[in-house]
Design a protein around this ligand. Structure first.
Ligand SMILES: NC(=O)c1ccc[n+]([C@@H]2O[C@H](COP(=O)([O-])OP(=O)(O)OC[C@H]3O[C@@H](n4cnc5c(N)ncnc54)[C@H](OP(=O)(O)O)[C@@H]3O)[C@@H](O)[C@H]2O)c1
Length: 247
């Protein structure tokens, strides 16, 4: 299902830095009328507001706090495109001391945070004609890298939730997109030691605008993503993207 970006109203979580900031820029270049920057600290979006004036509006939003998410959904009641970008990564293998803490933290943000956001904004998108929900998953949703095992598990889980949303929100006319970047040059990429192989965040942002306009569900923005996406494509087309009976 394709979505008109030009003239639309969008909300991007984690818009203050990294991939989120580039998504705001690409949406504005593509003609989005207004972008809500949903961030933990509203002042962290000041640079974007300086750049784009009243086309960007900051809102308080914390993935771990449902009250802030519901308040954001009330304040941004005209949202048509929701980009669930905010996320966290920790370094933990199956055998690390911090494994369970990392798993709980990442699931609270990356998985429960997505569920909280989808529950608060699904009625908003429905009231505004359907629109679109974009979720930042990862290549690690498909392929586990052992040094980030708990993060990979959280991104595999958020991919499962995204698949459920694709079918459930289709009933209200909402397009859902699952974005699967490889290593991207952001604070998260740096913290994970990916700098030498990381590609620019603008690639992800431009791929998201392209997917909104074309309607494709799986989005593979960068070199590693394209390689994994190509290997995954038959499974994606013939299994993930088709409705199958559970009985
Ligand atoms: N970078 C990569 O290589 C890569 C690859 C594949 C997928 N991804 C995914 O892409 C998304 C963006 O990643 P990034 O690289 O841009 O990360 P980043 O540079 O670390 O930025 C993370 C963003 O998430 C926000 N955030 C963190 N915890 C939050 C919370 N509890 N509530 C609300 N916002 C919160 C941060 O806000 P603060 O500034 O307030 O901390 C920041 O805006 C994530 O979902 C990530 O998993 C990244």
């Amino acid at each position: 299902m394709a979505t008109q970006v030009d003239g639309s109203i969008a909300l991007v979580t984690g818009a203050n830095r990294g991939i989120g900031k580039e998504i705001v820029r690409s949406l504005i270049v593509a003609g989005t009328k207004k972008v809500y920057a949903a961030v933990r600290k509203p002042e962290s979006a000041n640079a974007l507001i300086d750049e784009y004036g009243d086309r960007v509006m900051a809102l308080r939003f914390d993935l771990t706090d449902a009250k802030t998410i519901h308040a954001a959904a009330e304040q941004a009641a005209d949202t048509q495109i929701l980009v669930c970008n905010a996320g966290v990564l920790q370094t933990a293998t199956v055998f690390s001391e911090q494994t369970f803490d990392a798993l709980e933290f990442e699931f609270d943000c990356n998985v429960k945070g997505l569920i909280r956001t989808a529950r608060a904004f699904a009625p908003v998108l429905k009231r505004n004609g359907g629109g679109a929900l974009v979720q930042l998953n990862s290549v690690v949703s498909m392929k586990c890298f052992p040094e980030f095992t708990t993060y990979c598990a959280s991104k595999a889980a958020s991919y499962a939730i995204t698949q459920a949303l694709k079918f459930q929100l289709a009933k209200q006319g909402t397009a859902v997109h699952s974005v699967h970047p490889g290593p991207i040059a952001t604070d998260m990429g740096d913290a994970a030691g990916l700098t030498p192989i990381a590609e620019p965040a603008s690639l992800v942002a431009e791929a998201i605008v392209g997917a909104l306009q074309s309607g494709e569900f799986h989005v593979w923005p960068d070199s590693m993503a394209k390689q994994i996406g190509q290997a995954f494509s038959s499974f994606a087309t013939n299994v993930v993207e088709v409705e199958m009976s559970e009985g």
